[in-house]
Design a protein around this ligand. Structure first.
Ligand code: HEM
Length: 157
């Protein structure tokens, strides 16, 4: 039983670290860098932050998927799962696809632009292509944490 309790614990941990990480980068680090650093240094910093954080995000996603579907298995099956779990799955899978797109499309372009020393293009990629996806995943991630923690009480309301 103790080992089973680790499944929701790791699911929640990976979720909180993913969403908390996005919050820090988007709401704190990005405006701080914009207020204090020249564009070229800002791009270097953000690229470094993305490169380190995104590697962690892949790990968080793997943990969320394995533990999320293990929790469904603990509930019996997807058919027996209440609606809020279906919502969590749908929103979660959308977030994962959005992150995969962010990683393989604009982030890779950002790396190329930064390597070529094209600060203007790199800044445009961050503002026009990466920022909206990161903001969307921040909002959806916060919703997921609320669904995960509060959803079990909704059928009682
Ligand atoms: C993508 C597939 C996902 C599946 C299949 C899934 C499945 C589940 C299940 C079955 C529960 C247990 C709910 C209960 O017992 O009442 C749960 C809880 C939770 N989920 Fe997810 N989830 C997924 C994605 C996510 C994502 C992306 C986040 C946030 C970034 C998240 C955050 C949480 C939280 C905070 C809880 C409450 C703690 C816990 O029971 O672990 N989940 N999830």
């Amino acid at each position: 039983m103790f080992w089973m309790s680790l499944i929701p614990a790791f699911h929640a941990l990976a979720a909180v670290l993913w969403v908390g990480g996005i919050f820090l980068v988007f709401m704190v680090l990005r405006p701080s860098a914009a207020a204090t650093l020249e564009p070229a240094h800002r791009i270097t910093l953000l690229r470094e932050v993305f490169s380190r954080f995104f590697r962690w995000v892949w790990l968080f996603i793997a943990v969320i998927l394995v533990t999320g579907y293990s929790e469904i298995w603990m509930l019996g099956s997807m058919a027996k799962a209440p609606p809020y779990i279906h919502l969590m799955q749908a929103v979660g899978l959308f977030m994962i696809l959005a992150f995969a797109w962010l990683y393989f499309m604009p982030y890779k372009l950002l790396c190329k632009a930064a390597d070529a020393g094209n600060t203007e293009l790199a800044a445009r990629i961050i503002n026009n292509n990466m920022k909206p996806v990161i903001a969307t995943n921040l909002v959806l991630g916060i919703c997921e944490v609320i669904i995960g923690v509060a959803g079990r009480y909704w059928s009682l309301v």
